[in-house]
Design a protein around this ligand. Sequence first.
Ligand SMILES: [Zn+2]
Length: 130
Amino acid sequence: MIIRTQRQLIQAVAKRWREQYQPFSDKDPMDKRGIADKLDALDGNAASAEDVNAIIGNQSWTRLACDECKEDTTLTVQVGDEPDYESHTAELCLECAEKAAALIRGMRVELPKGESPCTEGRKDNVRLTD
Ligand SMILES: [Zn+2]
């Protein structure tokens, strides 16, 4: 599990843009090189999501949304696999993470005999009973 914030997205946007689009083409009508230069000039600690969105032309590089309630947010916890093609990954806002914790706390947790509780990743050695 890792915490993700919109500020982290803003701080890393220039680097992520270059990783996505370099080397730049001189025939690019979107001027990705020009956008990279503008993103480089931003102060990642002070720039707003709107500042970044205005440069790029959309909010996809600063948008952080909860996979449960679908609301936009500025802070999530990412659970599951590291994001990749066909990974099982979810972002949860604080409210949904608290609901999940309340839900699971409402169940009695019982470990099968001889099994130790999992300490990393998701394991199938915890059986929930009600
Ligand atoms: Zn949520």
